[in-house]
Design a protein around this ligand. Structure first.
Ligand code: BGC
Length: 417
């Protein structure tokens, strides 16, 4: 039995390169990048839910916020003919794998569970490929948030900033007090996460769309883009000396532990505050990056299931169904910091930030102010995103001045397409 399996594996190697090797019968093997304290707590909600249905969990965590490393490991696994059964994925990465025919078709579960009627259009754009369901969305995150230490702001008499100028004045006041103004981790995806908000605030929604989504050369090379880079330099002047390479959750910890006043980060940061026993409105504040109060730059974690045969396996179907159940979407997102990926989940169990997140999402969606996050793979494909990352990070680290960054951005984006 063992031998014939090996033989079959050897002879079918070519065909198997993009199909999942079966995890232990009854198990799912899940590749993900949820390794921080808050993320692990949320993941546990999913593990427990599946265990309750008799489905075992083989964990395949790949540390590294934003999933860049996880996607590298995934490519290696697939090339070795050993794809995991289920993979956490973002936006355009799902489309890329679906294009290669690697993902299981989830139409049966989707029809049975009525996904078409409850998953917002903006997410379906990524959950479906050529009209077929290829991923189950577990949440909606957004990147244009500020996480603030309420005690520090109160002590210094700083009101919640609503404009860029107010934010700069607030950061200056914190710096003058001897505390760290901005808790940041110098990693490309974190620099890019701030850039999402800064570009939106500097140029507004039309500018965000023409630069990050339409990749319009003129907009990318404009004076407005130079101003966005100038603002990044201002933020750079408010981070501490040890920011380089710091993980995002350690930056959150600086705000949690009263060392720093602000973190500009997606709402997964809230998971860290909750995990540390902190309460929104009392210990910390959540608000939209000044100048982006009407907009939401979103990303959605979805689970794509690698093909094991003509149909998803029973475990894969059960995983997809579990992820999309309304009670799970509430329980999971309350812990994760994100909001549900279905429109019919009540906000009852969510804290003030979660309730605001749900309200903002609905409002942005109906007013045409909902845009995919560039930093988190929902504005353009990985090749373009990574090209943008390189320029943003080189500029943040002082390798380019703003003018050079603008022209590098234009040529990097052109080359990457
Ligand atoms: C994911 C989040 C995750 C964050 C930090 C984002 O790309 O969507 O779920 O918590 O990266 O790792």
């Amino acid at each position: 039995m063992k031998f014939s399996r090996k033989l079959a594996a050897a002879t079918c190697l070519a065909a198997m390169t993009i199909s999942a090797t079966a995890a232990r019968a009854g198990d799912v093997e899940v590749l993900h990048w949820w390794t921080s304290g808050g993320e692990a707590a949320a993941l546990n909600v999913l593990k427990k839910d599946l265990e309750g249905q008799g489905i075992g969990w083989q964990d395949m965590p790949v540390a590294g916020g934003g999933g860049t490393q996880a996607m590298t490991v995934l490519r290696a696994r697939v090339t070795a003919g050993n794809a995991p059964t289920a993979v956490q994925m973002l936006g355009f990465d799902i489309t890329d794998w679906a294009k290669q025919g690697a993902l299981a078709n989830l139409n049966d579960v989707a029809a049975e569970e009525g996904w078409d009627g409850v998953v917002p259009e903006a997410l379906q754009k990524f959950s479906k490929y050529e009209g077929q369901w290829v991923a189950a969305p577990v949440n909606v995150h957004s990147t244009n948030w500020v996480w603030a230490n309420k005690g520090i702001l109160d002590d210094l008499g700083i009101a919640q900033p609503t404009t860029w100028d107010e934010l700069v004045a607030a950061m200056q006041k914190v710096k003058d007090s001897g505390k760290v103004a901005v808790a940041h981790g110098g990693q490309a995806w974190q620099d890019a996460t701030i850039f999402d908000a800064v570009v939106m605030a500097t140029g507004g929604p039309d500018f965000y769309k023409s630069t990050f989504i339409d990749l319009d050369t003129e907009a990318l090379g404009s004076d407005t883009m130079k101003e966005a880079f100038d603002r990044m330099s201002v933020i750079r002047s408010f981070v501490d000396d040890n920011f380089s390479g710091r993980d995002w959750n350690l930056a959150s910890a600086m705000v949690i532990n009263d060392e720093a006043a602000f973190q500009f980060m997606g709402d997964w940061a809230k998971g860290e505050f909750l995990n540390a026993g902190k309460t929104p409105g009392e210990d910390f504040l959540c608000f939209r990056f000044p100048g982006t109060q009407e907009q939401v730059t979103f990303n959605s974690d979805q689970f794509a299931l690698f093909k094991q045969g003509d149909k998803p396996s029973a475990e894969q179907a059960a995983l997809a169904k579990a992820i999309m159940s309304p009670s799970f979407q509430s329980a999971f997102n309350v812990v994760k910091g994100s909001v549900p990926a279905r429109v019919d989940v009540p906000d009852t169990d969510f804290d003030a930030c979660g309730k605001q997140g749900m309200k903002d999402l609905a409002a942005a969606s109906s007013s045409g102010n909902l845009f995919g996050s560039m930093a988190h793979g929902h504005a353009n494909p990985a090749s373009v995103k990574n090209a943008m990352y390189d320029v943003i990070t080189a500029h943040f680290n002082g390798e380019y001045d703003s003018e050079t960054a603008v022209s590098e951005l234009v040529s990097a984006v052109e080359l990457a397409q």
